[in-house]
Design a protein around this ligand. Structure first.
Ligand SMILES: Nc1nc2c(ncn2[C@@H]2O[C@H](COP(=O)(O)OP(=O)(O)OP(=O)(O)O)[C@@H](O)[C@H]2O)c(=O)[nH]1
Length: 304
């Protein structure tokens, strides 16, 4: 059974390297969505969140301080998102990640099986500091890779700090972004000022997601009964590289009373016995997911 999204909280992830204009974009989103109930989850590497003072007290804000949600604070994201949902019942949640966060890891952190019935990830918006991106060769290989992956996995890329670039530089950075991400929407901005229509468009496009095949995507499958473990392993063996992560709860026919926490990352599966009787949901994350094919394959596992 494929879990669809209706009346869920819309989640936007703002990604982008240090100082690229993420908070500046966040402020714009809050202005744009004044009529809606918006809550923020802010992640800072340090102990103090400077941006909370910039944003004021009007919007509910949870904070994840002193670490990065894509690694050491990953499991806290689930707790914080549940907390925001219970305390504020927002229409929209915006996550501002740290500048060093990897977008796939944040996406993954927001897709805990316990959240997928309530929250729908709408979009990863990546801010690029145009001049810094052009000069990225001066950084370490790891930093360059991170900057490029933030672009690669975005649904929309804002090439920011247009005011600090010549027309030729803007063309060059646009070409480089297009090479990294040929399907995402690209905007060239000053002070993260995207046209108002972008936010409406984002929502509409995600809702008609069947027509949208770009960027990182997810699907949730719910099993109604245990599956055959050998068939499951055979299914894993055939998965394409574009499938980035799977996680969730499953039962196998050999031991049908035991719930198993299953995680699959970089092609490596992990199985762990789970004490609680949790719903048997699998979250699948990948690029250009062929959802119908995966749905058929999981149905086959389930019903064969
Ligand atoms: N010249 C120029 N400055 C900008 C632009 N956009 C943002 N800034 C400035 O760049 C600095 C960083 O902007 P932020 O919005 O705080 O960036 P951030 O990505 O949230 O930064 P961190 O949270 O530190 O990673 C601020 O001083 C902004 O005023 C722009 O388009 N042009």
């Amino acid at each position: 059974m494929l879990e669809e999204f209706m009346n869920k909280i819309k989640l936007y992830i703002i990604s982008g390297f240090l100082g690229s204009g993420k908070t500046t974009l966040l402020k714009q989103m809050l202005t744009q969505w004044q009529g809606q109930k918006v809550a923020i989850l802010m992640n800072e590497l340090g102990q103090f969140n400077v941006d909370s003072t910039i944003l004021g007290d009007d919007t509910p804000m949870n904070e994840l301080l002193n670490g990065c949600i894509c690694c050491d604070l990953k499991s806290d994201v689930e707790v914080q998102l549940h907390d925001i949902r219970h305390r504020h019942q927002p229409d929209i949640i915006i996550i501002e990640a740290t500048g060093v966060a990897h977008p796939v890891e944040i996406y993954d952190a927001c897709l805990a099986p316990s959240l997928t019935s309530y929250i729908q990830i709408q979009s990863i918006l990546t801010l690029v500091d145009g001049p810094r991106f052009l000069a990225r060769a001066k950084y370490s290989v790891t930093t360059v890779q991170l900057m490029e992956e933030q672009v690669r996995y975005a649904h929309s890329v804002m090439i920011n700090k247009k005011d600090l670039m010549t027309e030729d530089e803007i063309d060059l950075v646009r070409q480089q972004i297009q090479q990294l991400n040929s399907t995402g929407d690209i905007y060239v901005t000053s002070y993260s000022a995207v046209p108002d229509s972008v936010f409406e468009l984002e929502g509409k496009k995600r809702e008609s997601h069947q027509h949208l095949h770009h960027g990182i995507q997810s699907m949730v499958y719910t099993f109604s009964a245990p599956v055959d473990s050998r068939q499951f392993v055979n299914w894993l063996r055939e998965l394409p590289d574009s499938l980035l992560r799977i996680k969730g709860y499953i039962k196998f026919r050999e031991n049908p009373g035991q719930v198993v926490l299953f995680q699959y990352s970089y092609g490596i599966p992990q199985y762990e016995a789970e004490d609680m009787n949790l719903p048997l949901k699998l979250v699948v994350i990948g690029e250009q997911l062929d959802k119908n094919k995966i749905l058929d394959q999981l149905d086959q596992l389930q019903f064969s």
